[in-house]
Design a protein around this ligand. Structure first.
Ligand code: ADP
Length: 296
């Protein structure tokens, strides 16, 4: 099972070019689509989920022509949108049962079993009688996964699922996602780098409607080996460093500023080499793409 996206473009009526020729092959397992806000992730996810049309290009899910045969896609798709929408004053059990009916699970015994199993799997069984509207952010997202799993879909899309979750909830949600990633395509769209480094065997970085990089997290990190340098500086030193070097990130640590710089050799004696992590890869790619745009 694989999803093959070729030369996908989309311009909104207001002139925003959200997708500028996206080409991607997404294999079985958990795939991370990483990019900053406005990169085009949701536009791509909504197009794959058959909720919006592209201008040009193609998407194939094995032998299903996604842009034309929408019904066939919907039969095998589970989707957790960025905004899951209204949470009515009904219990999780009732609401999931309702979604199961919509998904075409007509047999009531089968439906009951499916709903119970999914509530167990998402660790909501104990609170199944509570109104979904009263759930915490993490519980709502787990409910979102439960409804996305109805009908045992072969393609699952989760759009920015961990934004707004606290660390414990995010961890719980990661564990849940890691269990569903076998034998199907799961696309996780996110601007949070650790979502991808924790969970995904393959990934892409996208910005301004373009794919900047694809690969597996370990290889893309290895490619930056020997090129990322770290220095602890005072905040006031930052502008001079930014003018002289390719600063890919700067963050506070114990009141000081930790700067990561991209360079083929040590920028000066105050820098030490660091093992690149996925955040370095991400910021380096975004920075490079912005430099390219600035030079055009
Ligand atoms: P992401 O999910 O990565 O944040 P989006 O796909 O939501 O990115 O947005 C990509 C670009 O398209 C942004 O510039 C956004 O403002 C714009 N955009 C998204 N949806 C619409 C829309 N319905 N109409 C006009 N512009 C849109």
């Amino acid at each position: 099972m694989a999803l093959t996206i070729s030369n996908l473009t989309k311009t909104y009526p207001n002139g925003t070019q959200a997708l500028k020729g996206v080409t991607l092959t997404i294999p079985n397992g958990m795939f991370g689509l990483l990019g900053p806000n406005g990169a085009g992730k949701s536009s791509l996810m909504r197009t794959i989920a058959t909720l919006q049309d592209a201008d040009t290009g193609s998407i194939w899910l094995d032998d299903i022509d996604v842009l034309r045969d929408k019904e066939a896609v919907r039969r095998v798709l589970g989707y957790l949108p960025q905004e899951f929408g209204v949470y009515p004053r009904v219990s999780a059990e009732e609401l999931l049962d309702h979604f199961a009916v919509l998904k075409g699970i007509g047999n009531s015994k089968e439906r009951k079993e499916t709903v119970a199993a999914l509530l167990q799997q998402t660790n909501l069984y104990e609170v199944r009688k509570k109104h979904v509207g009263g759930y915490s952010g993490g519980m709502k997202q787990r409910f979102g996964i439960a409804q996305a799993l109805l009908g045992n879909p072969r393609l699952i899309i989760v759009d920015e699922p961990t934004a707004g979750l606290d660390p414990a909830e995010r961890n719980r949600f990661h564990n849940l996602l890691s269990e569903i990633g076998e034998n199907r395509v799961v696309i996780l769209s996110t601007h949070i780098v650790s979502d991808v480094s924790d969970l995904c065997r393959s990934m892409a970085i996208i910005n301004k409607g373009e794919v900047l990089l694809t690969g597996d997290p370990l290889s893309v990190m290895n490619e930056l080996k020997g090129k990322v340098w770290k220095k602890l500086v005072e905040k006031t030193e930052l502008p001079a460093l930014q003018a002289a070097h390719t600063v890919i990130s700067s963050r506070l640590f114990a009141g000081k500023t930790v700067v990561h710089v991209l360079a083929d050799s040590a920028p000066d004696s105050g820098f030490e080499a660091v093992q690149p992590d996925l955040e370095d890869v991400y910021f380096a790619e975004i920075k490079n793409s912005e430099l390219k745009v600035a030079l055009q």
